[in-house]
Ligand binder design. Structure first.
Ligand code: PBG
Length: 329
């Protein structure tokens, strides 16, 4: 039959498909998140996240070295804080010799060319699991929290961290942290702002289980974004840009591709996405039941993130690509 256009011709073979492929996911697009345990030679599996372990810094160093050899350029760290170090104010977050600063010093010595990203927020350090300081009425006090976040960021910078990632969602924290960093001479430390971090008790729950940081009362709706409102993402993005952020992050991942796409169109800063713990759990649970193949599901997700405009992707699926199949899409 004579047809002028046969779009299938451009999909007829592997070679033609590869030639015309628009989206390529590279190891250098990936940020690997790690849950950091105190001590040495410690490894604990996270039940809702099969294949992901909480690790002590020495074991993170050896895993990160393998990842770096395969082309991964950055990892980020989340601390599993000993409950005896938690208090109402998250004081331990400012400790220059705390878990994160110690691990940063160690990792920068072992793997100087790997970028280390540290999370700035109080939830792993507070007894109530909120990201800031609580007023008597239970409200998370913005300006009191900023003081703690600045001190926390400085303790990471003194340890030699490359990139500071505030994930707390307080107003004005990018400016406060930028000013504090510059005042101490850390003008080269980047700020990667969690710009549009949507509230998601479901999709953050494996993370909170791993860190034992589930809020003991209330929820995070007064600071994390409302999933039913898109315009706050624009407001947050333009504020972060004016406050001196170097990179923006959208979170969670697949349910927020529209937000990623829109924010990417509205800024000239690099924009990343966080494919969060609950998204990893969903895929792995289905994989373990034989309902789908995790590698295929992760590959499709990563392509979708790049198609929507992501410049970088935080994902726990890094293992799958680097060890299981040794391939990248
Ligand atoms: C907290 C923080 C959270 C995540 C990263 N930083 C959870 C929360 O806000 O309760 C979630 C990451 C994930 O689920 O993978 N500041």
């Amino acid at each position: 039959m004579h047809l002028l256009s046969r779009p299938r011709r451009n999909r007829k073979s592997e070679s033609v498909r590869n030639l015309l492929q628009e989206i390529h996911v590279q190891p250098s697009d990936i940020v690997a998140p790690f849950y950091l345990l105190p001590g040495a030679n410690k490894k604990e599996e996270i039940a809702p996240m099969p294949g992901i372990f909480k690790l002590s810094m020495d074991l993170i160093a050896s895993e990160a070295e393998n990842l770096h050899k395969k082309g991964i350029q950055a990892i980020c760290l989340f601390p599993v804080t000993d409950p005896s170090y938690k208090d109402l104010y998250g004081t331990e977050a400012m400790n220059d010799n705390g878990l994160i600063p110690s691990a940063v010093r160690f990792l920068k010595k072992e793997l100087p060319s790997l970028a280390i990203i540290s999370d700035v927020a109080l939830d792993p350090y507070t007894t109530h699991g909120h990201d800031g300081i609580i007023d008597e009425d239970g409200y998370v006090n913005n300006d009191k929290s900023l003081r703690m976040l600045k001190a926390q960021a400085l303790s990471h910078a003194r340890a030699g961290v490359d990139i500071i990632a505030p994930s707390d969602m307080m107003d004005g924290r990018v400016f406060a942290i930028r000013k504090a960093l510059d005042k101490e001479g850390f003008t080269q430390v980047n700020i990667l702002s969690y710009t549009a971090k949507y509230t998601s008790p479901a999709l953050y729950s494996p993370f909170r289980a791993a860190l034992n940081s589930t809020p003991s009362f209330g929820d995070k709706k007064s600071y994390q974004l409302n999933p039913s409102v898109v315009k706050d993402a624009y407001i947050e993005a333009s504020q972060d840009e004016h406050e001196g952020a170097d990179m923006l992050l959208i979170k969670p991942g697949l349910p927020y591709l529209d937000v990623l796409y829109r924010v990417k169109q509205s800024t000239s800063l690099p924009v990343g996405i966080f494919h969060v713990s609950g998204e990893y759990s969903m895929v792995m649970a289905a994989h373990q039941k034989g309902y789908l193949n995790a590698h295929e599901a992760f590959e499709e997700a990563l392509i979708a993130f790049k198609r929507a405009g992501a410049d970088f992707i935080f994902t726990y699926s890094f293992n799958y690509f680097l060890y299981e199949k040794h391939t990248f899409c």
